[in-house]
Design a protein around this ligand. Structure first.
Ligand code: GLC
Length: 793
């Protein structure tokens, strides 16, 4: 490939041409301290969350993009020539740079002026800092007198205030260098933790000291951007680097930076390792902790250990699931990069990427609930904590905060779908863990006393009660459903969400399945009383002949119907008809056939088609968006996962496989696709636009969490149920055999599937430890390992 490819073992993405069409980034973090890093070392660092705890700046939508970052400049003190350890910012000798993004680390290598360098960046698991581990080797035949300058631009606290109120905000910055600790410290004496727009000034300082230090003595330093960069220059050619001089002065006020200059004299052939460390120390324990904190990572061994721990952490995560399909390329995605992205999206909470700057919104309720399904298997304890956090963002009447910046601080909107996603997270968690005890755990409502988790789930049903249904008996649309851009359906009169109805049904089916397992017949009757009429209304009012419509607008207007000029058919209203098991097979098959006929394209199935070309205030934002992008007719990758799942549920493995392989992130050439080829983007521009194939909003999408689930549970067909592991593959008919190894309730299941007859679906025989069982649900085994042989047919 033109810019890069996976390493042979699939565990790194290797970039050999660093002039990628967009920054191709990676995430280094430990759950508290986060650092994003691109192939050119651009990125942000934050502690806690990117809105309130921003350590470094990143200039939004800048030209050139992706600045600033984690930069190290090298200068030859004799000749005056200089470059950076990453290609940018200096921009010299591009072909000499190589980058490897691995799980939790990034390595950037180059050889400029016969100085070979390798910089590995990582965040230790147990320490709130990032390390830039630099190895330099003098490959020339003469002694070299070099200087090395580590550089960051600080933000210090609230990133949005920093952006919109710089002129005032910079009066609170403090920065100084402490000689005895060889460390630069920076903080802010004012800190906003509430709304950035408010006029009520908070009476507090940022609760952290940021620090920047190096393992070798700092010879010179600087703290002020204007002084370091110089007038009418930029990070390409900072005057301090060019001249080899620095003020070595602290500065309270202004655009504060950390620039640490070291001197390294290298004999021919000599190598030296230098470690830069950028992190935070809580003010509350600063005096007590700082000496010990700064004494760490002064030698290579400590960094090697930290990197080994990061690798082990990710290995353990991946080790919960391992597949071997006939296609190595798919294995790389399924075993590593899809679960990696899913985990990152969960941990980052979708708020920080090259596209999301972490300044506008917090955790989305529905997004968080969906991201949770990615980790219930590998890290049930964290999934459980997230479920509790979500339950606390709920009101007694079943409404929830649509998004929240911190626990109990959020915004309510009138999206009809939000609360129901909690049912998904809870049922998924219990199926995986068997921990029905969670239902008895207590959490307060935002406006009421504590109640059990089961009561929280029951409260959600109120959102499907009569007062929240429209005249067709379907959910009142409000300001949107899963699709945020269907936000004015029906205008002032309000409309109804057909997809919302299907989604409620699907979630209630999940709930009923749980209640059946618990033997709670009393409650089953209660849930069915809400669900059954919905099923009936959907089938009676919403079938359009060949597919389901998407919504009702004012005056019975159908949205997503044969009668519509644009947005005639929507993907979600077909796939979720299947996911909700809404009708008989014939109708559901017809839905998915219509998807293929009307929505599929060279780059995948579109979210809806044809795209809207005229603004329609009674539909909403979708119609204001250019055609072929985002929700207006792009290949929106998140719902593609449901399309694949629907095909699997219909047993059409060939179709499921076709959609899966067609939308893999590396299928389209990178000059067209532009985003990272190793992770999913939110959407791929469709043929409704004149730039089809271009992707955007990579990394922070629900796609990976769902794709992980859909591929393992439905395509490869190994899914956790309350009473065992269900084996129900829907694979391409040309696959003859594959294996899935998966940890379930503490036991490692090694499942070998054979497909001698070349079918797409159907299980003839399941042998557990050599004994054939009835049906296709493998009962919970004693372990530690359980071998399962499956014959399809
Ligand atoms: C974005 C939002 C998500 C929403 C989707 C469709 O991905 O984060 O919550 O469901 O767009 O509008």
């Amino acid at each position: 490939m033109k810019y890069g490819e996976f390493s042979d073992d699939g565990r790194e993405f290797l970039i050999h041409n660093v002039a990628t069409p967009t920054p191709w980034i990676n995430y280094l973090y430990n759950g508290r301290y986060f650092s994003t890093i691109s192939n050119n070392s651009g990125g942000i660092s934050y502690f806690g969350n990117p809105l309130h705890g921003r350590v470094t700046r990143y200039r939004i939508n800048d030209v050139p993009p992706d600045r600033p970052g984690k930069y190290v400049y090298v200068r030859d003190r004799d000749s005056g020539e200089y470059w950076s350890l990453s290609w940018q910012p200096v921009g010299r000798d591009r072909p000499r740079y190589k980058v490897a993004h691995g799980f939790g680390y990034t390595r950037i290598e180059t050889n400029v002026s016969r100085i070979v360098s390798k910089m590995t960046c990582l965040v230790p698991l147990d320490d709130d800092r990032e390390l830039w581990d630099v190895m330099l080797t003098n490959q020339s035949d003469r002694p070299r007198r070099l200087s090395l300058t580590g550089y960051v631009e600080f933000c210090l606290g609230h990133a949005h205030v920093d952006l919109i109120n710089q002129c005032d905000d910079q009066h609170f910055n403090r920065v100084h260098f402490e000689e005895d600790l060889n460390t630069l410290f920076a903080t802010k004496t004012y800190w906003v933790t509430r709304h950035s727009g408010t006029q009520q000034q908070e009476n507090q300082a940022w609760n952290q000291w940021a620090y920047f230090t190096a393992s070798e003595p700092v010879v010179r330093y600087d703290t002020m951007r204007e002084r370091f960069i110089g007038p009418y220059r930029n990070e390409n050619n900072p005057i301090a680097v060019e001249m080899g001089e620095m003020a070595s002065r602290g500065t309270d006020y202004g655009n504060v930076v950390g620039a640490l200059q070291l001197e390294l004299d290298l004999k021919p052939g000599e190598s030296r390792r230098v470690i830069f460390s950028l992190g935070v120390i809580a003010k509350r324990s600063f005096d007590k902790d700082k000496a010990a904190t700064l004494a760490k990572y002064r030698n290579g061994k400590a960094v090697d250990d930290a990197l080994a721990a990061v690798r082990k952490h990710w290995d353990e995560y991946f080790n919960h699931m391992r597949v071997n399909t006939p296609e190595d390329h798919l294995n790389v995605f399924i075993n590593y990069w899809i679960p990696y992205q899913a985990r990152v999206a969960f941990d980052v909470g979708r708020v920080a990427s090259f596209y999301y700057w972490g300044i506008s919104r917090g955790f989305g309720f529905r997004d968080t609930a969906q991201d949770t399904i990615a980790i219930t298997q590998s890290d049930p304890e964290r999934a459980r904590r997230r479920i509790h956090l979500l339950a606390r963002q709920m009101f007694r009447d079943g409404r929830v905060f649509h998004h929240f910046t911190s626990d109990g601080q959020g915004e309510t909107t009138r999206h009809c779908d939000d609360p129901f996603w909690l049912i998904l997270a809870v049922t998924d968690y219990i199926k995986e863990t068997g921990d029905t005890g969670i239902l008895e755990k207590q959490e307060p409502f935002l406006d009421d006393n504590t109640a059990t988790m089961l009561e929280h789930l029951l409260a959600i049903l109120k959102r499907a009660g009569a007062e929240n249904l429209g005249k067709h008996g379907l959910p009142i649309f409000g300001r949107g459903d899963w699709n945020d851009t269907l936000d004015y359906i029906g205008g002032a009169d309000g409309g109804e969400s057909v997809w919302g109805g299907m989604f409620f049904v699907a979630m209630m089916n999940q709930f009923i399945e749980l209640l059946e397992f618990l033997g709670r017949n009393d409650l089953i009757t209660q849930v069915k009383a809400v669900r059954d009429p919905l099923v009936n209304h959907l089938n009676t009012h919403c079938w359009d002949g060949e597919w389901f419509i998407r919504a009702f607008g004012a005056k019975d207007r159908k949205i997503g119907s044969k009668e519509s000029d644009a947005g005639r058919i929507f993907l979600n209203a077909q796939s979720w008809a299947v996911l909700a098991n809404l009708a008989g097979r014939a109708r559901l098959t017809q839905c998915m056939d219509s998807v293929r006929k009307h929505l599929d394209s060279d780059v995948g199935p579109k979210i809806c088609a044809p795209a809207y070309r005229k603004i329609d205030p009674e539909i909403g934002l979708i119609t204001r968006c250019v055609g072929g992008k985002k929700e207006n007719g792009a290949v929106f990758c998140h719902p593609v996962t449901w399309c694949i799942m629907a095909e699997c549920l219909l047993g059409r493995g060939d179709e499921a496989y076709r959609y899966f392989t067609k939308t893999l992130p590396d299928r389209i050439d990178s000059d067209t696709f532009m985003a990272e080829p190793y992770v999913y983007s939110q959407y791929i521009t469709s043929d409704e636009h004149d730039e089809p194939g271009r992707a955007s909003h990579s990394w922070q999408t629900g796609t990976a969490a769902w794709m992980k689930k859909v591929v393992i549970d439905y395509l490869l067909g190994v899914r956790a149920m309350y009473e065992g592991l269900k084996i129900d593959p829907a694979i391409p008919s040309h696959w003859k055999t594959y294996t899935v190894e998966r940890v379930y309730r503490g036991v490692r299941y090694v499942i070998e599937v054979h497909n001698p007859a070349g079918v797409q679906n159907g299980v003839k025989k399941v042998d557990v430890e050599g004994k054939t069982i009835e049906g296709n649900v493998v009962p919970i085994q004693p372990g530690p390992v359980c071998h399962v042989a499956v014959e399809m047919g």
